[in-house]
Write a protein that binds this ligand. Structure first.
Ligand code: MEV
Length: 448
């Protein structure tokens, strides 16, 4: 029997009918849920239409906090960084690191390269030496037959950089690849690259079908897929902070600068050698990176996937950041591949993303690569600073206190009392609930 919870033609329903169907079949309080989902629609219909257009089957909006971390000095310029994140402490940690490094020379960023990658994967049962011998001709055809796609990008200074033919038959029968690199200037370039690659696939197929060097048994080539690679190790930015050790100052629990620097480097080294620690260490880096990537409507899944592959580039998953204490200097740095854009995609369509870019001074994609990586490094610095001194729970739970109080439906007056009470105490859900209960009881006693 067909379940009542399945439907055909759902995407064709109006938004309100979609909601009606959902609340009827999946919720116990349909009217309440219907009201709630609608309450998160934007008041301006046109703005809501723009947002709905980013996806499909939209029924409401999912809100996330939009915060800012000021005081980021990068290459001598000051930025106030927008961050979209739902986790307590992340914006506070970024802001703290920005302030810490502000009077120690700030952060430095240098873009090493900006190449993107795309591949045409194909199956072919022909003589590879023949294909190699006519590769120059093939490359000319690939470039010529994509000029209608590449002309604009070329005017902006980008386009196809290099095309390579790779024989993968040792790993997989009949499997070959066209691997191309691209310069996409200020755009992330996914649509541009994929359009070029799909044309490459068509050109390649007809080239092999018609070229006189091949015999009849070699004319049949199957394009398996044509798609960009999100692994862009040559779209790389380097970011760093450094200062004389004594300039680091003193730290909680009476820790001096030298002890701090050494313990900090040890913590980074542990993340270099142990994948369990490296995963958490890098997750902290992505707390910062993802929040700015999201705030600028860039593709955080692509950025994450690439970063994690890069972290495992020598065969073992390792820390993305590095640290040294040498000749009396503390240095903390990271190389990170980041394929982002400041034009195209949703960057200018999403109203808040557009404001994020404006807040950052409408940076070029290269400048944005630096800012994003710096926020990741800053996040990592703050996390390690807490971990090797006080531990993270003290600060984290303090930030989380308001979430707990919201959960327990505390009144404004109770919030004030609880926050004051926990200023010098360890926050936990149970401790807060118990203290709130004592306040409520004493409030009741006062009233009666
Ligand atoms: C929490 O979201 C991130 C940290 O666990 C990162 C780390 O351990 O380095 C604090």
């Amino acid at each position: 029997m067909k379940s009542k919870k399945t439907i055909s033609g759902f995407s064709k329903l109006s938004k309100i009918d979609k909601i009606k169907w959902i609340v009827k079949h999946f919720f116990t309080e349909p009217d309440v849920v219907m009201h709630e989902l609608k309450s998160y629609w934007l008041a301006d219909d046109e703005q809501q239409r723009v947002l709905d257009g980013f996806s499909e089957n939209t029924i409401s909006n999912y809100y996330m906090p939009y915060g800012v971390a000021p005081n980021f000095v990068i290459n001598g310029q000051t930025y106030c960084v927008p961050m979209v994140i739902e986790e307590s402490s992340v914006v506070a940690a970024a802001s703290a690191a920005a302030k810490f490094w502000m009077d120690k020379g700030g952060f430095k960023a240098e873009v090493i390269d900006t190449q993107k990658v795309g591949q045409v994967h194909f199956s072919w049962n022909g003589d590879f030496q023949k294909l190699k011998s006519v590769f120059e001709e093939l490359e000319n055809a690939l470039r010529e037959e994509t000029t209608h796609i590449t002309a604009n990008m070329q005017k902006r200074g980008g386009g196809i950089l290099n095309i390579e033919l790779i024989d993968y038959t040792a790993a997989e029968e009949d499997y070959y690849q066209l691997k191309a690199t691209f310069e996409t200037c200020d755009s992330m370039g996914a649509n541009f690259i994929n359009s070029v690659l799909e044309q490459f696939g068509r050109t390649l197929t007809s080239f092999v079908a018609t070229h006189s060097v091949f015999n009849d048994s070699e004319r049949d080539l199957t394009v398996i897929m044509a798609i960009l690679s999100n692994y862009t190790p040559d779209c790389l930015v380097r970011v760093w902070v450094e200062c004389p050790i004594e300039k680091l100052g003193n730290f909680p629990e009476g820790m001096d600068a030298k002890t701090f620097a050494e313990k900090f480097c040890k913590a980074v080294q542990i993340a270099q050698i142990d994948p369990y620690r490296a995963t958490t260490h890098n997750k902290g880096i992505f707390n910062g990176i993802d929040s700015l990537v999201l705030a600028t409507a860039n593709d955080f899944r692509a950025i994450e996937a690439c970063g994690h592959t890069y972290a495992a580039r020598d065969g073992q998953y390792r820390s993305l950041s590095n640290c040294s204490v040498e000749n009396g200097r503390f240095k903390f740095w990271m190389d990170l591949p980041l394929a982002v854009g400041t034009v195209g995609g949703l960057t200018k369509l999403h109203p808040i993303a557009k404001r994020s870019l404006e807040l950052l001074g409408n940076p070029s994609a290269k400048e944005l690569m630096g800012i994003i990586a710096v926020v990741g490094l800053a996040q990592n610095f703050s996390a390690l600073r807490s971990l090797i001194t006080t531990g993270i729970q003290k600060g984290h739970m303090k930030m989380h206190l308001l979430n707990i109080l919201n959960h327990l439906n505390a009144t404004d007056a109770q919030v004030e009392k609880v926050v004051t009470h926990f200023e010098d105490k360890l926050v936990s859900f149970t401790a807060v609930r118990e203290y709130l209960a004592t306040i409520s009881t004493s409030e009741k006693m006062t009233i009666s």
